[in-house]
Design a protein around this ligand. Structure first.
Ligand code: NDP
Length: 398
C-alpha cells in the first residue's frame, strides 16, 4: 500500500486515474495534480473515489514541484504531463525522496528531438538516493519494450530482428485530429525516419519507407517507418538485435493534412511575432485542433500494436508476433477516454502497481525492459489489455 501522486490530467491522465482508483488495495491514496486544477477536480468527481485529492502545479517549476511533494509526501510520482516536464519532475523527486515513473522521454521545447541521454544522465543520482525511476511505461514505449524482454526470457536465445508495429484502425469522424497531445504528436511524426541495422543508425526522409502490413482483426494497412524512442534502449539492452524498426499506420487524409500543416508553417516550433505578441505556431495549432481527450464519444474501431520478432531458439530460426487490440468504444465506456489514451494509461498504472508491490523497485534509472516482464504482463491482461501470441507465421518483414 502506498501513496501515488500523478501529474497531468489530460487523455492519458484520465485513464491512469481511473485505473489507480480501481486498486485501493495497492494505491491507498491518490493525488491528481496538474496545471489546470479544474480538470483534476472534474476527473476526481467523475471517478468519485474517497481516496483522491487534487492540487495545482506548474511542473516546469522545480520549486513548485518540491512544495507539492513535501505537502503530500507521495512514495511514487507518475508523470503523465508532457515530455518537457520530465527533468524538472525528476529533479524534484530527487530533492524530496520520491520514486518516479513516466511514459515518454524528455524532449526540449525548442528542439523536436527526443532521446534518453538526458534522463539516463540521472542514473547515478537516483542510485545514490536509493530511488527508482521507471522510464517509458506507456504502450509504445512501454508494453512493446516489456514484450521484447518477455520474448527474450521465454521464447528466444537470440533476438535478431525486431519490428514494432503500431496500427490505429479507429475512426473518430474528424478530418484531422491527433490521438494524444497534438504538439507532441506532430513533432514526433514529422521527424526524419530512423532505424537500426548492423550497429548503425540509418536516417531516412520522413515517411519515405512504407509497406502494407496485415494486422489481426483489422486487415491490411499502409505502415510507415518512423523513429520511435524505445528503439534506442532496446538495441542497448538486447545487443543481439541486428535490425530494429518501428512502423506506424497513417491514412492518406492524415498525411495530406500533415503535409499542408508543415508547408504553411503551422508545425514550426520557433516563436513568430503576431500582432505584437510572440506565438509558437504549433502551440497555436494545438489550441484549434480537436482535444484528443474529447474524441472518445464517437470513436469506432480499434488499435492493434505488436512486436514482430525473428531470431534463434535452440539453434533454429523462429518467428513470434505478440500483439494487443484495443477497442476505442470499450475504452470510452469504461473511462470516457479513447483507445490511445487507454492503451497508454493502463500500462502506466501497471508499472506503478509493480513498483508498489516491490516487484519493479531498484535504485537507479531504468527502461521498462530492464525489469521482470511476467508480473507486469499478467497485470496488464487483468486490467483491460489482454494480449496474444502467434508463433512461426510469416512476419511480412523482410
Ligand atoms: P494531454 O495534452 O491530453 O494532457 C497533458 C496534461 O499535462 C494536461 O492535463 C496538461 O495540463 C498537463 N500539463 C502540461 N504542461 C504542464 C505543466 N507545465 N505543469 C503541469 N501540468 C502540465 O496529453 P496526453 O494525455 O495525450 O499525453 C500525456 C503524456 O503521455 C505525453 O507525455 C505523451 O507523450 C505521453 N504518451 C505516451 C504514449 C506511450 O505509449 N508511451 C502514447 C500517448 C501519449 P493543461 O490541461 O493545463 O494543459
Amino acid at each position: 500500500m502506498g501513496k501515488v501522486l500523478m501529474i497531468g490530467a489530460g487523455g492519458v491522465g484520465t485513464v491512469v486515474a481511473y485505473k489507480l482508483a480501481q486498486h485501493p488495495e495497492v494505491f491507498e491514496q491518490i493525488v491528481i495534480a496538474s496545471r489546470t486544477k479544474s480538470k483534476c477536480d472534474a476527473l476526481a468527481a467523475s471517478i468519485g473515489a474517497k481516496n483522491i485529492v487534487t492540487d495545482q502545479v506548474d511542473a516546469d517549476d522545480v520549486e513548485q514541484l518540491k512544495a507539492l511533494f513535501n505537502k503530500h509526501r507521495p512514495e511514487l510520482v507518475v508523470n503523465v504531463a508532457l515530455p518537457y516536464q520530465d527533468l524538472s519532475i525528476m529533479e524534484a523527486c530527487l530533492a524530496c525522496g520520491c520514486h518516479y515513473l513516466d511514459t515518454a522521454n524528455y524532449e526540449p521545447k525548442e528542439e523536436a528531438h527526443f532521446e534518453y541521454s538526458w534522463q539516463w544522465a540521472y542514473r547515478q543520482r537516483f542510485q545514490d538516493a536509493g530511488l527508482t525511476a521507471i522510464l517509458g511505461c506507456g504502450f509504445d514505449p512501454g508494453v512493446t519494450s516489456v514484450w521484447t524482454a518477455y520474448a527474450a526470457k521465454h521464447h528466444f536465445d537470440e533476438i535478431q530482428y525486431l519490428d514494432i508495429v503500431d496500427c490505429n484502425a479507429g475512426d473518430h469522424g474528424k478530418a484531422f485530429a491527433t490521438n494524444f497531445n497534438p504538439e507532441i504528436n506532430i513533432r514526433e511524426v514529422t521527424q526524419k525516419g530512423k532505424y537500426y541495422e548492423n550497429g548503425q543508425w540509418i536516417m531516412t526522409e520522413p515517411h519515405a519507407i512504407h509497406k502494407t502490413l496485415h494486422y489481426p482483426e483489422v486487415g491490411p494497412k499502409e505502415s510507415y517507418l518512423i523513429w520511435h524512442e524505445e528503439l534506442e534502449s532496446l538495441v542497448k539492452n538486447f545487443p543481439t538485435i541486428k535490425r530494429a524498426r518501428f512502423w506506424m499506420t497513417f491514412g492518406q487524409e492524415y498525411l495530406t493534412h500533415l503535409r499542408v500543416i508543415q508547408n504553411i508553417g503551422m508545425a514550426r516550433i520557433d516563436p513568430v511575432m503576431y500582432n505584437g505578441v510572440e506565438i509558437i505556431p504549433i502551440q497555436f495549432l494545438k489550441a484549434v485542433l480537436p482535444n484528443p481527450g474529447d474524441l472518445g464519444a464517437n470513436y469506432t474501431g480499434q488499435t492493434s500494436i505488436g512486436c514482430r520478432i525473428r531470431g534463434l531458439k535452440d539453434g533454429k530460426e523462429r518467428t513470434y508476433y505478440v500483439y494487443q487490440n484495443c477497442s476505442h468504444h470499450e475504452a470510452y465506456l469504461e473511462t470516457g477516454a479513447q483507445g490511445v489514451s487507454y492503451t497508454t494509461g493502463v500500462p502506466a498504472m501497471c508499472g506503478a502497481m509493480m513498483f508498489m508491490k516491490g516487484l519493479w523497485r531498484k535504485p537507479g534509472v531504468f527502461n521498462v525492459e530492464e525489469f521482470d516482464p511476467d508480473p507486469f504482463l499478467k497485470a496488464m491482461a487483468e486490467n483491460g489489455l489482454p494480449w496474444h501470441e502467434i508463433f512461426d507465421q510469416d512476419l511480412e518483414m523482410d
